[in-house]
Design a protein around this ligand. Structure first.
Ligand SMILES: O=P(O)(O)OC[C@H]1O[C@](O)(CO)[C@@H](O)[C@@H]1O
Length: 217
């Protein structure tokens, strides 16, 4: 399973990259706004900066348009920034049409705002590179987000769809483990959730004991 970091914060992307386990980055308009990125030139430059840190990994950049022609125009500009840019398109009618157009024109896509198996089937039919089910937001509404990942994984496997399942809206380390178990190809997570995987009290207790005993060596 690949690990993407879900942030537009350059320091956090650098920290995850330095850990040596980073395969890519996802961003969204909320995350870009949080970093104070405003205006087209600043947005394009910020994606460029992210791509430079990540090197070989995929960087999802989301379109802000919602009609077919504008999505295509915006997506082409984003894709021109770097060969690792993946154009993120919302799961709406014009979005599905645009994903098909991008697929036919060799531009990779991430279909975002996915909350059902039906939407995931449509994204795959259009040829999306990635599909992003929002598991945390599904959990927030008392449905089971991880169950959706398992359902999509089963459908894609039966149908032979090539679209990769990118588990998004991850809220904690357990989500990552459960998504890995359910068949996600990628988890995109905040840095804290990735670092949460490190934690176990028995590791800390065991290390303290080894270091104590090492003094007797
Ligand atoms: O529910 P949250 O934590 O806002 O996460 C939303 C998700 O949407 C995405 O845009 C999907 O890739 C990610 O950036 C993020 O994981």
């Amino acid at each position: 399973m690949k690990f993407f970091i879900d942030t537009a914060n350059l320091a956090q992307i650098q920290e995850a990259h330095d850990l040596g386990i980073l395969d890519g980055v996802t961003t969204n308009p909320s995350l870009m706004a949080k970093e104070g990125i405003k205006g087209e030139a600043a947005i394009l430059q910020h994606y460029k900066d992210i791509c430079e840190i990540v090197g070989d990994g995929d960087v999802s950049a989301e379109v802000l348009s919602t009609d077919f022609a504008s999505i295509i125009e915006e997506g082409k500009k984003l894709a021109a920034i770097d060969s690792n840019i993946v154009v993120k398109v919302p799961m709406i009618k014009d979005g599905v049409k645009a994903i098909k157009w991008f697929t036919d024109n060799n531009i990779r896509t991430n279909c975002t705002l996915v909350f059902s198996a039906g939407q995931a089937i449509l994204a795959a039919k259009a040829g999306a590179t990635y599909v992003s089910p929002f598991i945390g937001r599904i959990d927030d509404s008392s449905w089971d987000g991880v169950e959706l990942i398992a359902q999509i994984a089963q459908i894609y496997s039966i149908q032979g769809f090539k679209t990769e399942i990118l588990a998004a809206s991850i809220r904690n380390a357990l989500h990552i483990v459960k998504c890995a178990e359910a068949g996600a190809d990628v988890c995109t997570c905040p840095l804290d959730s990735i670092l949460g995987l490190l934690k176990h009290p028995l590791t800390d207790i065991g290390l303290a004991k080894f270091l104590e005993d090492a003094k007797k060596m």
